[in-house]
Design a binder for this molecule. Structure first.
Ligand SMILES: *Cc1c(COP(=O)(O)O)cnc(C)c1O
Length: 966
């Protein structure tokens, strides 16, 4: 063939599109034959309503090869200038242990898993998250931790919400924030308070007792570095029924008395400096701990210990009933996707170093700070704070120094200091700081020729002792005493521990994960590689913008592409999850109404099929949720919508609608829905989680919506990380652009200057935007559109094949589905007693993760194959589902007893088959039900887990030490 092809044609055949899209031409033809349609385009024309179709391919670039795309992005990365960072404020240099970098952060076994909704095949990351919770519990000194929130700022806002829920001071509407809380946290809490309708006082911490508050937020150590004894203050506030949350620095807690011991009700903070690169703001995991009595109010996911059917300990997400899907607008928070991968990294960091290793790291950091303070003080430049862990603040103007000169010397030495306070600089040290760095800092602060010697100063401190941590605040309690933190300190042991946990988890590198609405597509290796490039990984979010030119270029370019693909006018990259995007979008809508004198518009229409985060987010901005019915086909009931929109027209704020619907159908009435809402004065929030069925074919802007979030961790290839990270940027029409989020320290856009923030960092989890950037660059205009077409083709092939064995619950006017389909398992349950849970667990025996279960309809599976699965894999899944259907028949006919059959007993473990086998089916039937399952066997490591037991007996920490002795 080569002779007949030009060089250009040969190169085209090497494009990345064929690597991303699962089915090749022959497989595609076979699928089309089965579906009974001529071509992919003919199928798409049948399915996507003509009136919303785009005429042309999107105006973005052509696809690039991996080599080219990576080379081009490297050139962009090189525009970043990565200085030594002393800015602090919750972001620090850190040394990611290489064994964790390569085997967790860069390992698809960890980064391609989903939230552990099927815990029997997720015991590895559940164990790691339990370690995370234990680590947070130990270091903060409280009873209970959740498994990660999005960032420190949002965790602080969640703490305020918890305070309001649990405070006995019901008549107070006032929350207090100490003025030495990090500025970006204050900014974020301000806006959240505004939306909740709380009053806020920001003042020196000691002033808190002078107010009648339902809660307060303190920082420990404070932003200046000062460590104050807050024990008395906490007690006084609590005596007046205030709930006290403390934002704490995790590394300092290794040496400081824990906030729990000082009496705090809740402790929040970031675990970034436990081995997670700064990434220009994220992703990192925030922590949240509280006392046992507030456990039902804790935001976010909690991992708990339960037992399986053999009575063995087994882990799962606890109290799932509290999640948004059940409690909806009454949920504790809207947090769905969190930061699991990064929480795991931080937990592994603690496991690898152990308590002794952490003490060495923390003591070394503190020693360097002591040396810096001693040296400058000796030369007449005394820090503002006499107590500190790692941060020193210098008031230069009051000490006869010229701040501009100091800052200029810092920049000349490739160093960034904290400079946002007038007349002051602050310096935060971290585990990457060296002795040479301290010498450089002396040069910066004092000018050269200061004559200070780091080793001499060190010797003096060793001889005289240090008083920079007040004696009464020196940590005396032990921490990380569990064996897991004291066993894996050699690299060989650590490597094997990580691998042992990885082996327990089913991720995309084993088999298809067809979770509907979650879009588990290929996370290409090339897209992942730049995440660990130092030019991206080691940038502080508040670095001077002229050092982050590469980031700016990447973010702007990706923003332009997303604007084109969504049909909007502007985009904000700040929200760091889909749910945060909803929150940001609803704020924009609210402020828009307000700007027009319509601040009374507060009704949010939400169809009954909506994702639980929609009502939970609406609640956060003080909107009143009104549910719109769906008809029998799963479509929005247009009569009900029209009636409610007109009836409530005076107060209508918006509708939140998902498109294609969560029922997996392109509603033909979508344009009309937008019109009805607009005609009644409302705005249209289109939940963009299903963008994988739109890109290149239609767009929210084109359809007529005003604002959408994108889940970059769904449509745009950021891996789910076992339950996060994610990114939820929002696109808006021009009239909403002035109301997008901005940032207190880094202005994002002139038009939005002064607006509040929804994330702690200006561009959210900027460090993973390179993944989505490369997704678009590698696929180009044709590839991103093909991705949509093949996602729809694959779903329709599955629906066609499975439809011969299971009822497909909803389909469009033409009998087709969109990019996902729902199979109805309720008739099976009614006839045979076999439940959707039995079938989900049985799929594990076949080597598959179950589809989304019971969302949006109870008793169903929602299946989304994505474009990345080949026909071979789809056929394996179909074979498994058909085989399971045959097993169900045998239960229904009485051949197998209802309480002793492969479905009821699933999943099957090695423990089952090495025990006495007296079941009415063979071992082979249990564990190798089809040849494909045997050929690629995945062994669940525990039997079916008892959820109810775990919720009744809530244990969310590592098992007690003595249980290890058995
Ligand atoms: C995933 C999803 C969300 C929430 O997104 P997160 O990133 O998990 O916060 C919202 N709506 C729909 C329809 C979704 O599928």
């Amino acid at each position: 063939m080569s002779n007949a092809n030009s060089l250009e044609q040969l190169e085209q055949k090497q494009d990345f599109i064929r690597r991303h899209i699962g089915p090749d031409a022959a497989q595609t033809q076979e699928m089309l034959n089965d579906i009974g349609v001529e071509s992919v385009d003919a199928l798409i024309n049948e399915i996507v309503p003509a009136d919303i179709r785009l005429a042309d391919l999107p105006a973005i670039e052509e696809s690039k090869t991996e080599v080219q795309a990576l080379a081009d992005l490297k050139a962009v990365a090189n525009l970043n200038k990565v200085n030594d960072t002393y800015i602090g404020l919750g972001y620090f240099g850190t040394l990611t242990p290489n064994v964790i970098l390569r085997n967790v952060l860069e390992n698809p076994g960890w980064y391609t898993a989903y939230t552990p909704y099927q815990p029997e095949i997720a015991q590895g990351r559940l164990e790691s998250l339990l370690n995370y919770q234990q680590m947070c519990i130990d270091l903060t000194g409280l009873d209970l931790a959740s498994a990660s929130l999005l960032d420190e700022g949002t965790a602080a806002a969640e703490a305020m919400a918890l305070a309001k829920r649990v405070s006995k001071n019901k008549k107070s509407n006032l929350f207090f924030v100490a003025d030495d809380v990090y500025p970006q946290t204050i900014d974020l809490v301000k806006q959240r308070a505004d939306m909740f309708g709380f009053d806020l006082v920001i003042a020196p911490a000691a002033d808190a007792v002078n107010h009648d508050v339902f809660g307060a937020l303190l920082q420990y150590p404070g932003a200046t570095g000062e460590i104050t004894d807050i024990k008395g203050l906490i007690k006084d506030l609590q005596a007046k029924k205030g709930v006290v949350a403390v934002a704490a620095d995790i590394m300092s807690l290794v040496m400081l008395k824990s906030p729990g011991e000082l009496g705090a009700d809740a402790v929040i903070g970031s675990t970034q400096r436990f081995g997670v690169p700064m990434g220009y703001g994220g992703p990192h995991a925030a922590f949240f701990t509280t006392s046992d009595k507030h456990k039902r109010s804790l935001p976010g996911r909690i991992i708990g210990v339960s037992k399986d059917t053999r009575g063995n300990a087994a882990l799962r997400m606890a109290m799932q009933t509290r999640e948004q899907h059940i409690r909806r607008e009454k949920a504790n928070s809207n947090i769905c996707t969190a930061q699991v991968l990064l929480a795991n990294m931080a937990a592994f960091y603690a496991v690898y170093h152990g308590p002794e290793g952490l003490k060495v790291i923390a003591n070394r950091i503190h020693r360097l700070a002591d040396i810096l303070a001693a040296g400058t003080t000796a030369k007449g430049l005394t820090p503002v704070n006499s107590t500190f862990f790692d941060t020193l603040t210098f008031d230069l103007s009051s000490q006869g120094k010229n701040k501009d000169e100091v800052v200029a010397r810092a920049l000349a030495n490739n160093a960034n200091l904290r400079t946002d306070v007038d007349g002051q600089v602050a310096i935060s040290l971290d585990e990457t700081t060296t002795r040479d760095d301290i010498n450089t800092l002396f040069n910066i602060l004092l000018g050269e020729g200061h004559g200070l010697d780091v080793d001499e100063l060190d010797a003096q401190i060793v001889a005289n002792g240090s008083t920079s941590i007040p004696a009464e605040l020196v940590r005396e309690s032990e921490f990380l005493t569990h064996p897991v933190f004291n066993s894996y300190h050699s690299e060989t042991e650590m490597l094997r521990y990580i691998k042992k946990l990885e082996n327990k988890d089913l991720a995309l590198n084993h088999s298809m994960i067809s979770l509907g609405s979650c879009t588990m597509k290929l996370n290409a290796t090339a897209q992942m590689i730049p995440v660990s490039w130092p030019e991206f990984a080691n940038m502080h979010p508040f670095a001077p913008v002229d050092q982050a030119v590469g980031y700016k270029k990447m973010i702007d370019e990706l923003g332009d592409w997303l604007v084109e693909l969504t049909g909007y006018d502007n985009i904000s990259m700040q929200p760091n999850s889909g749910a945060q995007g909803e929150y940001a979008g609803l704020i924009a809508i609210h402020k828009y109404h307000e700007s027009r004198g319509d601040s009374h518009r507060n009704i949010c229409l939400i169809p009954s099929s909506a994702h639980g985060t929609n009502p939970a987010s609406a609640q956060m901005v003080g909107m009143k949720v009104v549910v719109v019915d769906c008809d029998k086909q799963g479509n929005v009931d247009m009569d009900d919508l029209r009636a409610k929109a007109t009836e409530m027209a005076d107060n209508l704020s918006c509708i939140m609608i998902t498109y294609p619907s969560t029922h997996g159908v392109y509603e033909t009435t979508i344009a009309e829905i937008c019109n009805i809402v607009h005609d009644n004065g409302g705005q249209v929030y289109l939940d963009g989680a299903n963008m994988n069925a739109q890109v290149g074919l239609t767009s929210p802007g084109h359809i007529g919506a005003d604002v959408s979030h994108l889940n970059l961790h769904k449509t745009f290839a950021i891996p789910h990380g076992g339950g996060g990270p994610g990114m939820g940027p929002i696109g808006v029409k021009a009239h909403l652009a002035p109301f997008l989020p901005d940032h207190a320290l880094i202005n994002v856009n002139e038009e939005t200057a002064g607006n509040g923030a929804v994330s702690a960092a200006p561009y959210g989890s900027a460090g993973i935007l390179c993944i989505s950037y490369l997704y678009v660059a590698l696929l180009g205009k044709k590839g991103v559109t093909d991705a949509t077409k093949y996602a729809i083709t694959n779903a329709n092939y599955l629906a066609h094949k499975l439809g011969q064995h299971y009822p497909i619950l909803y389909s469009g006017a033409n009998g087709r589905v969109a990019h996902e389909c729902i199979i109805d398992l309720r008739p099976i349950k009614a006839e045979t007693g076999v439940t959707e849970v039995d079938m989900a667990k049985r799929l594990m025996d076949y080597g598959f993760h179950a589809p989304t279960m019971s969302f949006p309809v109870a008793g169903t599976f929602m299946i989304e194959p994505t474009e990345s699965e080949s026909k071979v894999e789809l056929d394996r899944f179909i074979e498994a589902m058909v085989s399971i259907r045959n097993e169900v028949t045998k239960v229904g006919s009485g051949e197998w007893a209802a309480d002793n059959n492969p479905l009821h007993n699933a999943p099957h473990t090695l423990a089952d088959i090495t025990d006495t086998w007296d079941r009415p089916y063979s071992i082979a039937q249990a564990v190798f039900p089809v040849p494909a399952a045997a050929a690629n066997k995945f062994w669940p490591t525990v039997n079916r887990i008892d959820d109810v037991y775990g919720d009744r007996n809530l244990i969310c920490s590592c098992p007690a030490v003595d249980t290890y002795k058995d």
